[in-house]
Write a protein that binds this ligand. Structure first.
Ligand SMILES: [Zn+2]
Length: 308
């Protein structure tokens, strides 16, 4: 995948040595296979390589279960962003979830976070899909899509960050922070901001189409997920310095998102699992009425199965 060359530069060894920002993965829950574990670690390296500013070292004394049930205690001096990666049973239509926990005083950037990977169907997921999913979730842990609401940005000492990232206009929510909006305009995007999905944590799928932080509204393949200048801009808006060359070549679609029609070989009655749909190369999410769609894969009943 083109993304690998663009982000890793000189190769894994060189990238690690030159990396001022690090993500430390701590695995929890059901053990992951070696290939999937390595995909998780590679995703952590690629996301770290987007960031040019160092992680601000911090001393923590967090009791077990404070951020989320079942998380262990976290004590001592952290020099990298710690991310607990946990394999557990989630709703059928979810691959994974990711969120930051405590935020630094001053910068309001995350100190640690957690990613949950759905154990259901995980062993069937190809390595590239684990990689894509984990890049997406690590970006959520860094705050993209998870720290856009004002209430979410409260530091460990209880300070509130007053910057404005999103602006609700009737039913639509626009992302309005400057760097990502500038990137959107540079790509030919129109309007006062970048339209977001209804969950207000992803770019509107029908506007941005295939992008690592695109949501599931609209028709797009979900198979190719570049880190675009929009997401890089969103990292800058949060306060990270970024590697300008970290973004992949990207274009906003001129009209509707291209469909890859990959659900042609969907089994009658629908795919047994989202992992099976992915493995078959189906365009995700599956829409109601489309081959492969099955209500059992559409947990929230919104007509879209295998969203993330
Ligand atoms: Zn997401």
């Amino acid at each position: 995948m083109a993304l690998a060359g663009a982000l890793l530069g000189a190769g894994p060894a060189g990238a690690v040595a030159a990396e001022p920002f690090g993500i430390e993965v701590r695995f929890l829950g059901a053990p992951l296979g070696a290939a999937q574990r390595s995909a998780v670690n590679e995703a952590a390296r690629r996301v770290s390589a987007l960031i040019a500013s160092p992680f601000e070292p911090v001393r923590v004394d967090v009791p077990a279960g404070e951020c989320d049930r079942g998380l262990p205690a976290l004590r001592g001096r952290l020099t990298r962003l710690v991310v607990f990666v946990r394999v557990k049973r989630l709703d059928d239509d979810l691959y994974a979830t990711g969120m930051p926990c405590d935020l630094h005083d001053g910068s309001f950037l995350p100190i640690y976070g957690v990613v949950d990977l759905n154990s259901s169907g995980l062993s069937d997921l190809p390595r590239t899909d684990v990689l894509d999913t984990m890049i997406h979730e690590f970006l959520h842990v860094l705050g993209v899509g998870t720290l856009w609401e004002r209430d979410a940005r409260i530091s460990v000492s209880g300070d509130q960050d007053d910057r404005v990232f999103v602006n609700r206009q009737g039913k639509t929510t626009l992302y309005v922070a400057p760097r990502a909006v500038a990137a959107f305009r540079a790509l030919g995007g129109k309007g006062a901001g970048i339209p977001l999905d209804p969950d207000r944590g992803h770019w509107a799928g029908e506007v941005v189409c295939s992008e690592v932080l695109s949501g599931s509204s609209g028709d797009y393949t979900g198979r190719l997920n570049p880190v675009s200048p929009l997401t890089l801009g969103a990292l800058e808006d949060l306060g990270y310095r970024v590697q300008a060359r970290g973004a992949a070549p990207f274009r906003l679609p001129a009209g509707a998102c291209p469909l890859d029609g990959g659900a042609a070989d969907a089994p009658p009655g629908g795919f047994t699992s989202c992992a099976a749909a992915r493995a078959a190369g189906a365009a995700l999410p599956l829409q109601r009425g489309q081959p492969g769609y099955r209500p059992g894969l559409d947990g929230d009943g919104d007509g879209l199965a295998c969203e993330r």
